[in-house]
Design a protein around this ligand. Structure first.
Ligand code: FES
Length: 312
């Protein structure tokens, strides 16, 4: 199949391992930053999607506006002010991007490194632009500004490739409610789910994580992690939560809530019941509690929640 040159270059960048050692060192550095719970806030767990695309609005917007003012003849104090505001906003925007980047797949980090270099080049050029304007060399400052905007454009194009082609910040569990049919789905007999062990089942071609807890409660969540589709059935179950084996996102088993990032979206959750010794699950509506879904507490393998027949 014939591929356009730009796409070919981007795909070649994804496949190029020559900077992997640098990437590993930088990833280690970003992960070692003492950010504590602020790291989750920087990912955007409070927002439901990554914060980084919001944060870049200020530098991009101010620098674009400065370029418009710079198109007019003569020095522009307004353009200098906008360049300065953009520089102030670039630091926090870069930090949100860096913490997201450090939890991506290899190919995504390769593109992300070039994205970061392009944006760092832009910051350098805009810093020079501001210094030149302040020293009275408005023409040179304007030239640096236009070069900076070019670098920002390249960085933005690579960011778009990461977001849309590589699905870097997307919710990887979003399709689950659209694929799983309404109603109860039988997934096995109770004794197929050993207590405390994550088990993988499939419903309408969607992988599902099933965990039977001590006491008999049976929980079911979409199995592919909302962050980057990591296999939660290979994760660790503890304290009523499952921890993703890939980047450590933690989801509450009872409702799929993303207790810890980098995942910014919760896992779709299922209600469960036991019918004649068989476990059945039904997808819970978005934002719906088990009570609102009409099934009350999770099924237990000890009798509570057991039905005599099919409820759908
Ligand atoms: S895939 Fe990244 S935390 Fe699960």
């Amino acid at each position: 199949m014939r591929q356009n040159r730009m796409l070919w270059l981007l795909d070649a960048l994804e496949r190029d391992p020559s900077r992997d050692k640098v990437i590993d060192a930088l990833v280690g550095g970003v992960r070692a930053l003492p950010l504590g719970r602020a790291r989750d806030a920087l990912h955007g767990t409070w927002l439901g999607h990554p914060v980084h695309p919001l944060m870049v609005q200020v530098p991009i917007g101010t620098w674009m506006s400065a370029a418009v003012l710079d198109l007019r003849p003569g020095p522009s104090r307004g353009a200098g002010l906008l360049v300065g505001v953009g520089l102030l906003a670039a630091g926090p925007a870069a930090l949100t991007g860096a913490v997201d980047w450090a939890e991506l797949r290899r190919r995504q980090t390769r593109v992300g490194l070039v994205h970061a270099v392009a944006n760092a080049t832009a910051v350098g050029l805009y810093g020079a632009s501001l210094a030149l304007r302040l020293s009275g060399r408005a023409g040179a400052g304007r030239t640096c500004g236009f070069l900076g905007l070019t670098a920002v454009g390249l960085g933005g194009m690579l960011g778009g490739h990461m977001a849309y082609r590589q699905a870097s910040g997307a919710n990887h569990a979003e399709e689950v409610p659209h694929v799983v049919r309404e109603g109860w789905h039988r997934i096995g007999t109770v004794d197929e789910f050993p207590v405390g062990e994550p088990v993988r089942r499939t419903v309408d071609d969607v992988p599902v994580l099933v965990v039977r807890e001590i006491g008999g409660s049976i929980h079911a969540l979409a199995e592919r992690c909302s962050h980057l589709a990591g296999p939660l059935s290979e994760g660790t179950v503890a304290d009523g939560c499952v921890r993703c084996p890939w980047h450590g996102s933690v989801f509450r088993l009872s409702d799929g809530w993303n207790v810890r990032g980098p995942a910014t979206a919760p896992q779709p959750a299922f209600d469960s019941r036991v019918v004649a010794g068989h476990v059945e699950i039904s997808l819970r509506g978005e934002g719906q509690t088990a009570e609102e879904h009409g099934t009350g507490e999770p099924a237990t393998a000890t009798g509570r929640g057991e039905h005599d027949g099919h409820g759908d």
